[in-house]
Design a protein around this ligand. Structure first.
Ligand code: FEO
Length: 136
């Protein structure tokens, strides 16, 4: 798991701004994992989780705006994926804040899957389209 949250070129979506935002997401998730392993308390974990939710929302909005601006045909399906992921992470944060969920390896696995499968199966599909539209 220790190497799981490292961005590498295999995650590139061929659009620099989006790659930078994905790197930032990896960074926050790594921070969460490190804090969890170090046994940090609820306050620290809650703060990192809040930043993860905020940055996720910001990133999804920016990515959707980019797709919208360039007339990306699969925008609606991509937006639905974003909504499902946001709902999951927001629900988890609520459960964490109310004490009904703990920071766990299960959550870390979900976040890892999210990064790997969403970026690789969904995000990477827009790379060539954006490049052809002159966005790099
Ligand atoms: Fe980069 Fe569709 O999230």
């Amino acid at each position: 798991m220790d190497n799981a949250f490292q961005w590498s070129a295999s995650y590139s979506v061929k659009v620099e701004e989006m790659d930078d935002q994905h790197k930032k997401l990896f960074e926050i998730i790594r921070e969460l994992y490190t804090a969890m392993r170090a046994g940090h308390g609820k306050d620290v974990m809650g703060e990192v989780l809040r930043r993860l939710v905020d940055y996720t929302v910001l990133h999804f909005k920016a990515e959707e705006k980019l797709m919208e601006k360039n007339g990306y045909p699969a925008l609606a399906a991509h937006r639905a994926e974003h909504k499902a992921l946001t709902d999951k992470v927001v629900t988890y944060k609520k459960d964490f804040d109310s004490g009904t969920a703990a920071m766990s390896l299960e959550l870390m696995t979900f976040l890892q899957d999210w990064l790997q499968s969403h970026i690789k199966n969904i995000d990477q599909k827009y790379g060539d389209f954006m490049n052809e539209a002159g966005v790099h």
